[in-house]
Design a protein around this ligand. Sequence first.
Ligand SMILES: NC(=[NH2+])NCCC[C@H](N)C(=O)O
Ligand SMILES: [Mn+2]
Ligand SMILES: [Mn+2]
Length: 306
Amino acid sequence: MIRFPPVSLIGVPTDVGAGHRGASMGPEALRVAGLGEALQARGLQVVDRGNLSGPFNPWQPPADGYRHLQQVVAWNTALMHATAAELAAGHLPITLGGDHCLAVGSIVAVAQHCRRAGRKLRVLWLDAHADFNTSQITPSGNVHGMPVACLCGIGPRELTHLGGDSPALKPDEIRQIGIRSVDEGERRLVHEFGLDIYDMRYIDEIGMKRVMEEALDGVDADTHLHVSFDVDFLDPGIAPGVGTTIPGGPTYREAQLVMEMIADTGRMASLDIVELNPAFDSQNRTALLAVDLVESLFGKSTLMRG
Ligand SMILES: NC(=[NH2+])NCCC[C@H](N)C(=O)O
Ligand SMILES: [Mn+2]
Ligand SMILES: [Mn+2]
C-alpha cells in the first residue's frame, strides 16, 4: 500500500484557453462523478477547496496571436498561489480543470517547490497534443495549445515569467505520452527543444508497458512526479467529453496500465485533470471514466498476481 499525503482538490472553472466553451463546467462534473468520495473510499484524506475565482470572460476572438491572454494570466496566477500553498502544507494538490492552459500555474508552483527542496522533478504529460505552440505558429490562438512551450520559456512574458526569471521546466524534465496531433510549426519547435515524446505510433510499436518503463526511467525516491492528465489523451470512443477529440488514442486497458504504473512508483505528488468538457459529454461518462482512472493513479488495482 502506497501512503499518500492529504489530497486537496482545487477547482478552476476556466475555458479561457480553449477553442470551445464548456471546460469551465469540468470541476463540477468531476465532483458529481464522485472524485472526492472515490479517493476517500481509498482511505485518503480529501479536502475540497472549492473553486478559485477569476475574471468573467465574454467570449472573444484571438488578438495578437492569443485568445483571452489577460484572463489566462489571471487564472494561472491564482492557481499558482493555491498550488504553492497546498504543497507548502505537505498536501497533494489536484487541479480540477478547466482547460489545459492551467498547467502553467500548477507546474510553475510545483517546479518552484522542487527547486526550493532540492528535489528532482518529472512531469508526465498525458495528452493527444504536444501543447507546444507559440503566438507565431498557433493555428488557433488558444493558449491551451501553448502551456508546455510557456513552461520551457517561450511564450508571452506574463506566462513565461509567472514564477520568476528562469523557465519553470527544462525540456528533459518532461515526458509526453499519447501524442497524435502536432501542428506544423509546433513539430519543428518540439524537435528543436528535444522534447521526449511517446507518440501513438511508438506506443503501437513497442507497447504501453515499455513506453511507461522508459517514461518513468530515473524516477527515484528523490523525485517529485507531476501528472498533467488532459482527458483528450484517451480515445474519444471512450472519452467523448472533451473539446478537441483526436481519434486513435489509448484504450481503456492501456490507460489503466499507464495509471497503475505511475501509482506503482509511489512518487506522484501533484496532478492536473484538465480539458473535461461536459458540454460534449453524455451522461457524465467521461467524468466517470476520469474518476475511475484517477482511482488507479492512487493505487486502486485489480492485480491478482505479483
Ligand atoms: N490542451 C489541448 N486540448 N490543446 C489542444 C491544442 C490544439 C491545437 N494544437 C492548437 O494549438 O490549437
Ligand atoms: Mn489535448
Ligand atoms: Mn493538452
